[in-house]
Design a protein. Structure first.
Lengths: 113, 148
């Protein structure tokens, strides 16, 4: 799993690629979100468009990221889910928990001021 | 009816999880499953292997994980065993319950049951055995169309 971050209108977009699975993938996601929060970046949009695989540990890491950001007064949203990730969030009933977007510009605008 | 069986004995490491997943993907592909089914089978095996390595054997280097693949004309049966204390099924939470939705773990067995046609979990004091069954081309062992 690889991540790169960019800023768009006050929102930090994290472009993720690869697999979010037990071990390295989950750790990279956790560290990325933790570093962003430490720097005061609390509007986070996880772009999962290039994430082709996620396991239960990865799902847990997404939940952890969501609650961690929320508990610090921030917002974390998901962008561009692949079909596999979309289906996984559906069957685990998490699709309605996360704020899921499919258009980057609209997603950026949707964050509170 | 022809049967083909392979068995692996693996260390209690993350590499085992990845290896089991890769072999499952390869065998399911060779068995003729469609890509989406192959992904589901491989993911179920991955989740079962994670349970065996983490929760069963707790990364103990002295304990092994065995993975058996048995393929017949009608089914693919994958059996994963650990040498842990035995899974307490009563303590496995329902990950879809509202109070559990935001928990960061506890979805592995749910996903396994979602992705396979039949799942048997047999815990004992010497370890847990989980049997994952997928019917070829959506047929059951008696040749009837499987319900999904």
């Amino acid at each position: 799993m690889k991540t790169s971050t960019r800023q768009v209108d006050g929102v930090t977009i994290v472009d993720c690629s690869g697999r979010i699975t037990l071990g390295e993938g989950s750790v990279i996601l956790r560290d990325t979100v933790r570093d962003l929060l430490a720097k005061g970046h609390k509007k986070i949009l996880l772009n999962l468009g290039d994430v082709n695989y996620i396991d239960s540990s990865g799902i847990g890491e997404l939940v952890s990221a969501y609650t961690t950001v929320k508990n610090q007064g921030g917002e974390l949203k998901l962008l561009n889910l692949t079909k596999k990730v979309h289906d996984l969030l559906q069957i685990t009933k998490l699709y309605t928990v996360f704020d899921v977007k499919d258009d980057e510009a609209a997603a950026v605008k949707s964050f509170g001021q | 009816m022809s049967a083909h069986r392979v068995s692996y004995t693996l260390d209690s490491t993350l590499d085992t999880v990845n290896s089991a997943e890769e072999v499952a993907s390869q065998i399911a592909t060779e068995a003729g499953f469609a890509d989406e089914e192959v992904m589901k089978i491989a993911m179920a095996v991955r989740e079962a292997a994670v349970n065996a390595v983490l929760h069963g054997n707790a990364y103990d280097p002295g304990k092994k994980v065995t993975v058996d693949f048995e393929r017949t004309d009608q089914t693919l049966v994958i059996t994963i065993r650990d040498q842990g204390k035995g899974l307490d099924l009563a303590k496995v939470p329902d990950p879809l319950a509202p109070e559990n939705l935001l928990k960061t773990s506890g979805r592995g067995i749910f996903l396994i049951r979602s992705f396979m046609d039949e799942v048997e979990i047999n815990p004992s004091t010497t370890g847990t055995e989980i049997k994952l069954i997928k019917h070829v081309h959506g047929t059951t062992a008696d040749g009837k169309e499987a319900s999904q």
